[in-house]
Design a binder for this molecule. Structure first.
Ligand code: BES
Ligand code: ZN
Ligand code: ZN
Length: 489
């Protein structure tokens, strides 16, 4: 499916179908040409409500307002309605209000995200006939709404949404195909295609680096661990960013075995890892003016006679000792070492980690929202603003002076789980904080994507399966921080 900007009125464009959003139930808009038929269908233009009129060759979708995520959701609805019909092209106008440029982005993102389907393992695949979406650039007075800007917006939206779909594909791929070694190969292939630097550390090198926590988690699996380090280094980079991702290609819980019902979907415990791969891919394609390092800790948390055990004491890369009380709290062990590695090798200006870290985060915020944690309130605020602009849901979970005490161990420097049942998302983040050097505390933000990473029941533009959470949020944050000027939305 490709997008074409046409400098004509929507009504003057030749296409098989027209997509019309009805905003705030305004049936009086000039593009609503089938009021009578819509009335017969009892179409109320509620958000996400669709009316498909094949004879009129129009699809109507309701939208609450012109906020960008409303547009994304409406665009996704429209595309889902028409993608398996026999139409080759569709056209859509750009609604004014707010900023037409960002409206274009939202339309394109919504369509690319909405058309996504994971059918790799289906014997019968449905091929969509839909080839081209024409976007009408009518002559609005907004001076930013130049053809050049509009085309750039379409291009950027496609890059970000396709990177999100790339991430969804890897996460959705089952664990008998994606293990730490194959994930590393896939990352290497992507690095070659995108012209990124790529370094892969195997178990021997992890040992040399002193990554005892990471190695312990990986010990029981026949698939050895890998640390994946991709870098994008543009000239005159404005900053150095380390993105660290939890890459548990499977989390059975280890000896603290998960009950079967909770084990299903744990192929998605690599979502943080896949997100950072998608972010660096999109950043490179967009030529963002920042040096980015994507660091992935890939391991499989399994059971065997060689498994790490509750009661083991591990030594992390920064020499801190960790008492293992639960082998299912494995992500923080892998990340502890990867965060140390990122600080030592990259010396970054910012460190963001992405992880499906805790069920507690899902309990706290629900299945749709990423938990944002860290010591730097200003930075967290900017990340939350970027999330909102990107259409991702995120909320802060606050640290306090009492919670760190819950991680005290009687025999080691720290325990891998909290002594309390409550506040588990925050204590997990505070565990990670133990591996952030004092000078870097304010540079670090932890994003717990356990809720939104994997979708059990489709919502918005997310079908069943991986959502690609983190990609759009991070790209928007990078743009806001290093590309946009203050006035840009
Ligand atoms: N991968 C899980 C967290 C998770 C849960 C992700 C649900 C996605 C959906 C993580 O490794 C884990 O098992 N965490 C434990 C921690 C506990 C043992 C302190 C949890 O959340 O129960
Ligand atoms: Zn676990
Ligand atoms: Zn896990």
């Amino acid at each position: 499916m490709k997008f074409e900007l046409i400098e004509k009125k929507v009504s003057d464009i030749d296409a098989d179908l027209e997509i019309v959003f009805i905003i705030e139930k305004n049936f009086e808009h000039k593009w609503v040409k089938d009021k009578y038929e819509l009335k017969l269908l009892n179409f109320k233009a509620e958000p996400e409500e669709v009316a498909f009129l094949p004879h009129q060759r129009r699809v109507y979708v309701g939208a609450k307002n012109l906020e960008h995520d409303e547009i994304r959701i409406a665009a996704a609805k429209a595309i889902k309605t028409i993608k398996n019909k026999k139409f080759k092209s569709a056209k859509i106008g750009v609604y004014i209000q707010n900023c037409p440029i960002t409206n274009i982005k939202a339309v394109v993102e919504g369509m690319v995200l909405g058309v996504y389907e994971f059918d790799k393992y289906k014997s019968k695949k449905q091929k969509s006939d839909l080839e081209t979406i024409y976007i009408a650039k009518e002559d609005y007075s907004d001076k930013n709404f130049t053809t050049k800007n509009a085309k750039k917006s379409i291009k950027e939206a496609v890059i970000v949404a396709e990177a999100t779909n790339f991430v969804r594909d890897i996460i959705n791929t089952p664990p008998n195909e994606i293990n730490p070694v194959t994930l590393a190969k896939l990352a290497e292939k992507m690095a070659n295609e995108e012209d990124l630097e790529c370094k892969i550390l195997d178990e021997k090198e992890l040992e040399k680096e002193g990554m005892g926590a990471f190695l312990a988690v990986a010990k029981a699996s026949t698939n050895p661990p890998r640390l994946i380090h991709l870098s994008y280094k543009p000239e005159n980079a404005k900053a150095k960013i380390a993105l660290v991702g939890k890459g548990l290609t499977y989390d059975s819980g280890g000896l603290s075995l998960k009950p079967s019902d909770y084990m299903v979907t744990m192929k998605a415990d690599k979502s943080g890892a896949c997100a950072v791969l998608g972010i660096i891919k999109a950043a490179k394609k967009m030529e963002l003016p920042v040096e980015i390092h994507a660091i992935v800790g890939a391991a499989e948390n399994m059971v065997s006679g060689n498994a790490y055990k509750p009661d083991d004491v591990l030594k992390a890369k920064n020499s801190k000792t960790i008492e293992v009380k639960n082998t299912d709290a494995e992500g923080r062990l892998v990340l502890a070492d990867c965060l140390c590695y990122a600080q030592e090798k990259v010396e970054p200006d910012y460190i963001l980690d992405f992880a499906t870290l805790t069920g507690a985060c899902v309990v706290a915020l629900g299945e749709y929202t990423t938990g944002v944690m860290g010591h730097n309130n200003e930075l967290k605020k900017r990340i939350l603003e970027a999330a909102k602009a990107s259409g991702e849901l995120a909320a802060e979970l606050p640290f306090n002076r009492y919670l760190p005490k819950l991680l005290e161990s009687k025999i080691a420097d720290i325990s891998n789980i909290s002594s309390s049942r409550y506040g588990g998302a925050i204590t997990a983040a505070l565990f990670l904080s133990e591996f952030i050097e004092e000078k870097n505390k304010d540079k670090w933000v932890h994003l717990d994507i356990a809720g939104p990473a994997f979708v059990q029941k489709e919502w918005g533009y997310n079908p069943y399966g991986a959502s690609g959470a983190g990609v759009r949020l991070a790209i928007k944050w990078l743009q806001k921080e290093f590309v946009f000027d203050k006035k840009h939305p």
